[in-house]
Design a protein around this ligand. Structure first.
Ligand code: KMH
Ligand code: ZN
Length: 283
């Protein structure tokens, strides 16, 4: 799929409220408890989000892949919102690969699937091809829709290899998200984003983008201009404007929805987003 040739009716806004990197002690407004996640999800849905990308924290606010915590979050958000629930399989850079596969046991609607290893600041975010392949096949079997996370141009080639090898994901749609501006990954610039979009294989049916830190606004604007969708949230950016910290994820969703409205592609409903992504109806 090259740059969008026709008009794209609405904008999928995904909120990534927490991530695995920030410490609650440094950012007390980071939602880490189940109650905080539910409150965040409800207000972000009201502000225009249709999907939530979730990393879970334990009782001491540390990243966890504990199945009990994951299942409790999926169940609570499914009960209290109609958001598409996407669990991170990236976890933190310290999580072992085999444990990252067990995320699917919590029966999310969607899971992230990063298409290659990348330097991640001073760390390495490990995604060898065998892991990606296992995760892809298991997601197909569990009828979970993957969101392919692309941190670099080489990841686009690995995405094409996965789809060539294993066929389409559950639901028949291929949705990718460019995560730009990670130190070690592709830069958070419109030029880098558009280079990635130009390389997408024809099976891709929709794409979104996020920019880490200060790249979030130029990348969001470029994505909207080129027919892409948006991911925002404190996982990616905690500065609302120069000298103004983000106090609540809904501020970022509201601004994304406003940008989308101005671009005549208003925030998509959760129902339309489910259709676009081919998500299973889990009632
Ligand atoms: N926390 C990063 C190491 C994902 O969620 O799939 C990986 C990450 C990607 O955030
Ligand atoms: Zn993540």
């Amino acid at each position: 799929m090259a740059l969008s040739k026709g008009s794209v009716a609405g904008t999928l806004i995904t909120v990534a409220p927490t991530g695995a990197e920030l410490a609650k002690a440094d950012f007390p407004q980071l939602p880490t408890t189940l109650d905080e996640l539910v409150e965040t999800a409800v207000s972000c849905e009201a502000a225009g989000a249709a999907m939530i990308h979730l990393h879970i924290r334990d009782g001491e606010h540390r990243p966890t892949l504990d199945p009990g915590y994951l299942k409790a979050a999926v169940d609570a958000l499914r009960e209290q919102t109609s958001l598409i629930i996407q669990l991170s399989t990236g976890g933190s850079v310290h999580d072992p690969l085999d444990q990252r596969l067990t995320v699917l046991d919590a029966e999310p609607d969607s899971c992230s699937l990063t298409c290659g290893t990348t330097n991640f600041g001073d760390d390495v975010f490990l995604n060898p091809y065998g892991f990606m392949s296992d995760l892809y096949v298991q997601a197909q079997e569990r009828e979970v829709v993957p969101e392919f996370e692309l941190f670099d141009l080489g990841h686009v080639a690995s995405l094409a290899r996965l789809v060539d090898t294993h066929g389409l994901p559950f639901g028949g749609k291929v949705h990718v998200d460019f995560v730009t501006g990670v130190p070690g990954g592709m830069p958070g610039t419109p030029a880098a984003l558009l280079a990635g979009v130009a390389l997408l294989p024809p099976e891709v049916t929709s794409w979104s983008a996020t920019g880490i830190g200060r790249s979030h606004l130029p990348v969001a604007a470029a994505s909207l201009a080129a027919g892409g969708h948006l991911r925002v949230g404190m996982e990616d950016n905690v500065v609302y404007a120069r000298g103004v910290p983000v106090e609540h994820n809904s501020q970022l969703v509201e601004r994304a929805a406003h940008l989308a409205e101005v671009m005549q592609r208003p925030a998509m409903s959760t129902a339309d987003a489910r259709t676009m992504l081919g998500v299973k109806d889990r009632g």
